[in-house]
Ligand binder design. Structure first.
Ligand code: GLV
Ligand code: MN
Ligand code: MN
Length: 405
C-alpha cells in the first residue's frame, strides 16, 4: 500500500459523514490507531499509545539512540486527507523501504493526537505531551460541551496522570523530522516537488467575546441597540486592515458564534477567534496588541463589553542547522533542487524544537489548497519525498549520529 493510499484509507474515519473531521480523541481516532498499528507491526515495529493519545511505532536500531519522525492525525472540520496524515504514512513508507535492515539508531514514528486546536481552541496537545508542556491549565481547558482535555483523555480509556511518561528522553534523541504538505502555492508556482523548511512562523491565537444586549428585532429602534454582532463585524474589518499593514503578516477571524442566534432577536453576544502569524515575533505581537486595542475601542464606541483570552503565543522557530544541512544534502544527492522556505502553517515540529533539533521537508500542494477537501498531492512528489527521506536516514548514519549534538 502506498503512502497516498494509506491517507485515503484513514480519510474514511470521520466524526461527520461525507467529510473528514477528526478532532482530539474523537471516536474515529480509534480506527486510525487500529490501522496504523496494522501497518506498523508487520514491519517489526513496537506500537503503543501514550496517555495524551499519541500513537508511537518504534523500529529498533543497533543502538538505543533514536530519530523521531512524526506529524498529526487530527484534522480541521471538513478537511483534506493529507494535512498531517501524509507525514505519518510517508514515515511508514520509509520504514518499509528499509526492508528490515537495521540502522545504527532506532526510528520512532509518532502520530500526534492533536495539532489543529479545533476542539479546545489550543493546538499541539499531542506534541506538548512529548516535550513535557501539557500542563494543568491545558488539561483543564474545556471544549464547547464543557468537557476538559483530562476528561476527554479518560473517556478514550487513557490516564492523564500518566502523561509525564510520554515525555521524550532527550539524551537518546537525535532529533525530529517532519514531512508535511506545503499547504500553499509556492512550490507549485516554482514547479518544484519539495521544499526545505528553514523556519516556522510564530502564531498568536485569542478568543474574544463581544457582549451587548439581546432584544426584540422589531421593537428596538436602531439608535437604542447594543448589537454585539455589528460591533464584531466592525472589528473583523479592522483585523483585515491591520493584517495588510506588514509584508508577510496574516490575521484571520476564522470562527464566529452568535447568541441567541434567532432572526428576530438582536444579537446579545458574539464569540470570535483571532489568529495572527508572522516570521518576526515582534511584528506579530505588536499587531496582535493593535488588533485587541481596536476591539476595545470599537466596544467603547458601541457600548459593548469586550473580553479577550489569549490561547497561544507561540514564537517563530528556526529549524536545526545540522539536521537541515543533512536534509539539504539528501535533496541534492537524490537530484532535486533545494528551495529554502519558511512555513506559514504551524507544525508539531515547532513544539518539538523546544527539546530536540528539528528538520522539515515540504511536499508540493497542487493548487495551493489545504484545510479543504480538495487538498491533494502528486504521487511523484510523495515518492521524491520518500527517496529524500531514505537518503536522510543514510546521511545521518554517514555523518555519525552521535556527533549531532
Ligand atoms: C495548522 O494547520 C495551522 O497552522 O493552523
Ligand atoms: Mn492543519
Ligand atoms: Mn498540519
Amino acid at each position: 500500500m502506498t503512502a497516498i493510499e494509506r491517507c485515503l484509507e484513514l480519510a474514511r474515519f470521520s466524526e461527520t459523514p461525507g467529510c473528514i473531521t477528526r478532532t482530539f480523541l474523537s471516536p474515529p481516532m480509534r480506527d486510525v490507531h487500529h490501522n496504523l498499528r496494522e501497518w506498523m507491526e508487520p514491519l517489526g515495529m513496537r506500537v503503543w499509545i501514550d496517555d495524551a493519545g499519541n500513537l508511537h511505532g518504534l523500529y529498533p536500531g543497533k543502538t538505543g539512540r533514536r530519530l523521531i519522525i512524526g506529524s498529526h492525525v487530527d484534522s480541521v472540520p471538513n478537511a483534506g486527507a493529507y494535512d498531517g496524515v501524509l507525514g505519518v504514512t510517508l514515515a511508514i513508507s520509509l520504514i518499509e523501504a528499509l526492508k528490515g535492515e537495521l540502522l545504527p539508531y532506532s526510528v520512532e514514528i509518532v502520530a500526534f493526537s492533536e495539532e489543529e486546536g479545533v476542539r479546545f481552541g489550543v493546538p499541539f496537545i499531542g506534541s506538548r505531551a512529548l516535550t513535557g508542556a501539557l500542563d494543568e491549565v491545558l488539561l483543564n481547558t474545556k471544549d464547547k460541551q464543557g468537557i476538559t482535555v483530562s476528561e476527554a483523555i479518560r473517556a478514550f480509556g487513557l490516564d492523564p496522570t500518566e502523561i509525564p511518561l510520554a515525555a521524550i528522553d532527550v539524551a537518546v534523541t537525535i532529533g525530529y523530522l517532519e514531512f508535511h504538505i506545503e499547504q500553499g502555492p509556492v512550490l507549485e508556482s516554482l514547479h518544484l516537488p519539495l521544499g526545505l523548511v528553514t523556519a516556522i512562523n510564530g502564531q498568536s491565537r485569542h478568543e474574544l467575546t463581544f457582549q451587548g444586549q439581546p432584544n426584540h428585532a422589531g421593537t428596538t429602534p436602531m439608535h437604542l441597540r447594543r448589537d454585539a454582532l455589528v460591533a464584531a463585524a466592525d472589528w473583523i474589518v479592522e483585523v483585515e486592515r491591520t493584517g495588510q499593514t506588514e509584508p508577510g503578516l496574516v490575521a484571520t477571524v476564522g470562527r464566529i458564534a452568535v447568541t441567541p442566534g434567532a432572526g428576530n432577536v438582536i444579537p446579545g453576544a458574539a464569540y470570535l477567534s483571532l489568529d495572527v502569524r508572522h516570521s518576526d515575533d515582534a511584528i506579530r505581537v505588536n499587531c496582535t496588541v493593535k488588533i485587541i486595542e481596536a476591539a476595545r475601542r470599537i466596544g467603547q464606541r458601541r457600548s459593548i463589553d469586550v473580553s479577550t483570552t489569549e490561547l497561544l503565543n507561540q514564537p517563530a522557530v528556526p529549524c536545526d542547522a545540522v539536521l537541515t544541512e543533512v536534509l539539504e544534502a539528501s535533496l541534492q544527492k537524490v537530484g532535486h533542487p533545494v528551495h529554502k522556505m519558511g512555513s506559514g502553517a504551524g507544525h508539531d515540529a515547532m513544539i518539538m524544537a523546544e527539546r530536540v533539533p528539528i528538520a522539515m521537508l515540504f511536499v508540493r500542494s497542487p493548487g495551493g489548497i489545504s484545510h479543504h477537501p480538495d487538498e491533494t498531492v502528486l504521487p511523484g512528489d510523495v515518492q521524491a519525498a520518500i527517496d529524500v527521506g531514505c537518503q536522510f536516514l543514510l546521511g545521518l548514519e554517514q555523518r555519525g549520529v552521535s556527533g549531532l549534538h
